[in-house]
Design a protein around this ligand. Sequence first.
Ligand SMILES: Cc1ncc(COP(=O)(O)O)c(C=O)c1O
Length: 361
Amino acid sequence: MSRFWNPDLQNLSPYVPGEQPKLEKLIKLNTNESPYGPSPKALAAIAANTNDSLRLYPDPDAKALKEAIAKHHGLNANQVFVGNGSDEVLAHVFVGLLKHPNKPILFPDITYSFYPVYCQLFGIEHRTIALDDQFAIRVEAYLEHSKQYGGNGGIIFPNPNAPTGRGLPRSQIERLLAQNQNSVVVVDEAYVDYGTESCVPLLHNNPANLLITHTLSKSRALAGLRVGYALGHPDLITGLERVKNSFNSYPLDKLAQVGAIAAMEDQAHLDTMSSKVIATRSQFVKELDVLGFETLPSSANFVFTRHPKYDGARIHQELRDRGIIVRHFKTKRIDQFLRITIGTDEQMDALLSALNELLSV
Ligand SMILES: Cc1ncc(COP(=O)(O)O)c(C=O)c1O
C-alpha cells in the first residue's frame, strides 16, 4: 500500500487467477485450459506473420477477425466485438452496458469470481441471486427480484455456470429475455462448446437486450493468445467500441488476430478436441462416483465435485503434495467442492489413483 494510491484501490480485492506454476511434471487441472494444443492452422498463421511487419501497429478494428467470427456464427461483422481475452471484453461490458445509477445488476451468488471484482473496480452496485439447492440458476428468482425492486441494471451469468459447470436450457434464457426487456442480459458462454445450448441462434432475430461473450481460451486452446469476443445487437457493440477506444485502441496484436482467424476457421479441430474432452469427462465422472464423490452434472471442461467424508481443502492440499493441482474456493456454500479441469485420459487416471490412495488412508 502507498499513500500515492487512488483511495479506491485500498479496498479493492482483485481477482486471483489459478496459479501457473513453472514446475515441470505437475498435473495442472486448475484453470480450465485445454489439455490439447490449438489448431495447427493457427500456429502456422502466427509463424507466417512473425516477421518485419510487426513494426506496424495492428488493425485497431480487427476487421478480418470480426468477419471470420461473424461468418462462423452466421452473423454480421457489426454484431461482433473483440478484445484481449473475454475478461477484457467483460470489463468493457461492465463499464459500457451494466453501469446505471441506482440500478443494481444481478448475478448468481456462486459464479465467475471476476464479476464482483469488476463491480468494485467500476463502482457498480450488484445483488446476488442464490442458486437453488442443486446449484442451478433459477430464472424465476431473477424475474421475482426485478418485479419486487422495479427492474435491474442488467443480468450476467455464465452458461454453463462456473465453477459449477451446470448449463441452463436456451428456452429458460429466452423466457428471461422476453420478461427483462429494460436491461441487458449478458450470457458468458466461455464453456459453451462442451455441451450447453448456445444462445447465439437467438441473435438471428436481433434482440436489443442480449449480449453473448465467447473466448478462444478454452475449447480453442488459445489461452496464451488472449482473444475473446462479444456478440449482440449492433447498438450494444457500438457501445463497447466506445469504451474500447477510450481505453486501448490496439487490444489485439497482429499475431493474435491472424491466429484467431485461423482458429475460428478450423471447425474440425474444435469438434475433435471438444469431443475428446466430453468423452474423458463422462468416464471421469463415473470413476468419481465409484470413489463416493458427489459431482454436479457438468456441461463444461471441468467438474465440480465433493466427497461427503473428506474435507475439500484437505483433498486439494493432498493432491498438491502429490503434484496435482485442482481448484478449491474458500467460499461459503462451496468450500467442500473441488473444481477439476478435464485433462487427458492419462492425467485423469493419475488423478484417480492419487484420490484412491489418499481416500484409503
Ligand atoms: C466464466 C468465465 N468467463 C470468462 C473467462 C475469461 O476467459 P479469457 O479471459 O481467457 O477469455 C473465464 C476464465 O476462466 C471464465 O471462467
